[in-house]
Design a protein around this ligand. Sequence first.
Ligand code: NA7
Length: 548
Amino acid sequence: MSVTQPLPRDSGSEPGEAEYDVVVIGAGFSGMYALYKLRGLGLRLKGFEAGDGPGGTWYWNRYPGARVDIESMIYSYSFDEALEQEWKWPEHFSPQPDLEVYANYVADRFGIRDQIQFETTVSRLRFDDATSRWHIGTDRGDEVSARFVIAATGSLNATNIPDFKGAGTFQGQWYHTSKWPKDGVDFGGKRVGIIGTGSTGIQVIPVVAKEAAHLTVFQRTANFSIPSRNRPVDSDYERDWKQNYRKYREMMKSTASAAVLLGQRTDRSVFDVSDEEREEILERAWESRSGFKFTGSFKDIRTNPEANEIVAEFVRRKIRQTVKDPEVAELLCPKTHPLGTKRLCLDSGYYETYNRDNVKLVDVRASPITEITPAGLRTTAGEYELDMLIYATGFDAMTGSMTRMNVTGAGGLRLEDKWANGPTNYLGFLVAGFPNLFMIHGPGSPSVLAQMIMSAEWQVDWLYDRITYMLARGFERVDTTEQWEENWGREVEAAADATLYKKADSWYLGANIPGKPRVFMVYVGGFDNYTRRCTEVVQNGYEGFAFG
Ligand code: NA7
């Protein structure tokens, strides 16, 4: 599409500032695609990325065992057919290095790398009401201005390191999984401690256990995990995908997860079948090689507590069968939240790891961590001596990457203040009082609950159309109102209320960060419904948008 009215040059930048039309923050899969797509508008684009390479999540999370939990033929870009055909994924569920290689390949293949300034963290964003421009400062002293800012900053980017007493006193090595050293870490001969048994902990624990002299796992909440049954991609499977990519991508768009293809939405209830039949269905799903399809076995797993409990008990039986020590097995059986209300984990030999002689599981729910000591870690039950401590303690999810940028909107409104009681926005894209600032995978969007590459492509395409619309009509700014934020907030809340999600103290709710407001931050109504709603509001004459 051609732009009829290019943005005027000299449009309100301050002296010394480099002037752009669009600044994209973050060079993960969303940010890279935004830079690629918006090129078509002939605008002056600039990308900033804190890392020294592209990939976002798959740049930062280079801990051993890091692996995507959606099949790679699905979890990959769809915007370029030649890319789909020429790329070869070695494994069904790609490990981090393969995803990083892919990100680098895409950055070079499409000339995106040159648009990005790496090793640069955006530290300040200020909107100027008079000129409708954003002024952007970085930790390297850059001062630039832009009409539009696209925050492709990731849902899980701001690390959470719990504020344990004595944390600075530890004499050994320590790491957070999402800021893992590029040169790797040698666990040989070490007594390692890992705090956290979320998706990350469950991936890193089996690998560390094999290499370390001893591993102590500090578990506060047992999580549900199912075997990924990862394997090399075989040629028949690959051929089928490559021959049918267009059809499959279209099918993905009409699903809740933008991912799973066949048989995803079933009408079958847990209670529609006999006990034997149910066991057989679950057993097949457990043995199958399709990851999250396990929770798609019945329609009511996510919504009905009794149905959920029956399936949860199936998983607990599997844990008890796998883990030889009954006490350890019982500790590993999740009992604090329904299955799937925290991210279901896909593992490679997680439960089996607890059968090793060099692995100890410590229950820090019963005996909480009281302090980090020079020699290790102390709980109310005693001290554990360690040479190395790994924090697999997650993220200040959804909001942290935004608020840590010091964002000031119209009239001096600070995003941190605006979101003091939880993030508000319209459609996950726009925050009232912060014109021309667009979020990809923002709070209130499907973000982590839909396949994030397709979801990002869809959101960027949608933004492209909105920016095109504005340029064609000479609009300089777009904002929304608190009323529309409230309306959207109610839709997000209602979607969550229709499920069991709120029954878990998850990061979806901000419950993992002490003091963070308890607001459900992910739109769980499904990618299909989300995209339909976003399309509808445009068709209804741009409901909720204030152009100026
Ligand atoms: P998660 O899922 O937030 O897991 C963090 C883990 O760290 C979890 O087991 C927490 O226990 C534990 N944790 C956090 N703080 C503490 C303290 N203070 N004491 C003890 N244990 C603690 O992060 P991940 O990185 O594993 O996964 C994030 C997402 O990445 C995942 O959902 C996928 O979408 C991919 P808790 O459960 O809070 O009791």
